[in-house]
Design a protein around this ligand. Structure first.
Ligand SMILES: [Cu+2]
Length: 157
């Protein structure tokens, strides 16, 4: 093997190790959740929101040309949301403003992350992958309310 090939191979191995260590550091030392891609189940075809525990919800979000289903969700403050995102057509993106949530919506796959909303307010989300003519219209919001009377809404029950 040529000396330059050995150098390139060694450098590639070193960079790979650095990237793996960076991911492990983010997950365990910084407690940043890494999104998970689920490919072994058939993706859901309806948007749903349901309660799975006290202040804990599961949200099935569909990104399609060119809207999110549901596009508006209301939840009580302190809610932990298990967020599953998929697409029935082409690749879209799903990013929640002011939250560490940035997922791809991929046909035939489901991406997952959990997110907790500790502060009241409107959290806007949008598609961040250019997906066609009405890409700019793909947006919505999650309303986090401290109103005890408010019901969790969004999607089909
Ligand atoms: Cu888009």
């Amino acid at each position: 093997m040529d000396k330059s090939e050995s150098f390139a191979l060694g450098l590639s191995g070193l960079l790979l190790a650095v990237f793996i260590i960076a991911i492990l550091y983010a997950q365990f030392a910084r407690n940043i959740e890494i999104p998970t891609c689920i490919t072994d189940v058939e993706p859901f075809t309806t948007d749903t929101l349901f309660q799975v525990g006290e202040d804990e919800y599961e949200l099935h979000m569909i990104a399609r040309m060119w809207a999110f289903q549901p596009s508006e969700i209301t939840l009580p403050v302190g809610s932990k949301v298990h967020l599953y995102v998929t697409s029935p057509d082409i690749i879209h993106g799903f990013k929640i403003e002011n939250k560490n949530v940035n997922l791809m919506a991929v046909p035939q796959a489901i991406n997952y992350i959990s997110v907790t909303f500790d502060e009241e307010g409107d959290y806007f989300f949008a598609c961040h992958e250019f997906c066609g003519a009405a890409h700019h219209a793909m947006a919505g919001r999650i309303i986090i309310t401290a109103d005890d009377e408010a019901q969790a809404t969004g999607g089909q029950p």
